[in-house]
Design a protein around this ligand. Structure first.
Ligand code: HEM
Length: 199
């Protein structure tokens, strides 16, 4: 089903149903299941090497996707005409919404689990506290305001009478906050470097 054929969702259930359809059901299942299952598999395997690989894979994926979104795709979309922008966003917004939230949980969960496997929580270093604090801040941002703006955009895109003004406003706010997200992410990567060198 294409988003163009749907109407503004009225309930949460309806919204997520439409979102999964618009993103493609198989994509939706993979986007939610893989980032959440990998850290669990890594932790239960008891292999620190596997858990490290999972954390690196998910961390690189999240960081890379965020940078591309904020630095490349955001400005490209901003430069398109109203209709072209909405057309692009109809494909982009559902997939990104379904992917990024589980991915953030997977990265932070795998980081916490990895630190546990290394026995680092017995005497956490400043860099580990910093990583935890920044991770929580990223989750609050992602599941709080960023989520609200994204579902607002989704609802407008699904509506037959898209309110382009509201869409642009939400998009602009999203763009601003994703810069804050990027700064927090850079800080967390700096704290990863700190962990590596024992700080
Ligand atoms: C955007 C989020 C994150 C990204 C992109 C990321 C990325 C990375 C990278 C590239 C490494 C390898 C470098 C190294 O060995 O230090 C690493 C290691 C590690 N990360 Fe993360 N990480 C993130 C979040 C977290 C969080 C929230 C925690 C825990 C609270 C965490 C805990 C760890 C631990 C314990 C290591 C191993 C450190 C060591 O080798 O001594 N990470 N992470």
């Amino acid at each position: 089903m294409s988003l163009v054929d749907s109407t503004r969702p009225e309930t949460r259930r309806e919204r997520y149903g439409q979102m999964a359809d618009a993103a493609d059901r198989r994509f939706a299942v993979g986007a939610v299941a893989v980032p959440l299952a990998l850290p669990v598999v890594g932790y239960l395997s008891g292999s620190v090497e596997l858990m490290f690989a999972v954390h690196l894979f998910l961390g690189a994926f999240w960081f890379g996707t965020s940078v591309i979104g904020a630095v490349v795709l955001g400005p490209v979309m901003g430069g398109l005409s109203e209709d072209a922008n909405a057309e692009f966003a109809r494909g982009f917004v559902p997939k990104m919404t379904l992917l990024m939230e589980p991915l953030s949980v997977g990265v932070i969960g795998s980081g916490i689990g990895l630190a546990a496997m290394f026995g680092m929580w017995a005497s956490p270093t400043p860099a580990l506290w910093a990583a935890l604090g920044l991770g929580i801040a990223l989750l609050v941002l992602g599941f709080g305001p960023l989520h609200t703006f994204t579902i607002g955009m989704f609802d407008e895109l699904a509506a037959a009478d898209t309110d382009h003004e509201r869409l642009a406003e939400l998009n602009a706010r999203y763009g601003m906050l994703s810069m804050v997200e990027l700064v927090l992410m850079l800080a967390i990567v700096a704290s990863m470097s700190g962990l590596r060198w024992g700080y």
